[in-house]
Write a protein that binds this ligand. Structure first.
Ligand SMILES: [Zn+2]
Length: 118
């Protein structure tokens, strides 16, 4: 038997279930873990996989990122993007500056939402 971790979205330990779909030949051909509404879950799912093992493995590795982790990931993305731009062209390239500004706005927005939640 597989052990399913609690839902990363609603925290339910009882609602997550492994479901199998029957293919045309009558055998199970796709598997998905679903946080079942019927058991008080939130309805999120792992997505369909060709083996039960993959569906369970995917489900058990999902985790929500904290706002700090999201901000760090966005900062890394911005730094990586800036580092790839040719330095001499940087101030002339409005598109590159626009992308950097867009990432900055995302970081600000995540901070704003995180502060509202706290
Ligand atoms: Zn859930």
């Amino acid at each position: 038997m597989f052990e399913l971790k609690p839902c990363p979205f609603c925290g339910s330990a009882d609602a997550p279930r492994l479901y199998a779909r029957h293919g045309k030949d009558g055998w199970h051909d796709r598997y998905m873990v679903i946080c079942d509404y019927e058991d008080g879950g939130c309805g999120s799912g792992s997505g369909w996989y060709t083996t039960d093992y993959e569906a369970v493995d995917c489900w058990n590795r999902r985790k929500l990122m904290t706002s700090d982790e999201v901000i760090t990931a966005l900062m890394d993305l911005r730094d990586e993007f800036v580092a790839k731009q040719p330095r001499s062209e940087w101030y002339k390239d409005k598109t590159a500056q626009g992308v950097e500004k867009g990432i900055e706005l995302c970081i600000e927005k995540v901070r704003e939402i995180a502060n509202e939640v706290r």
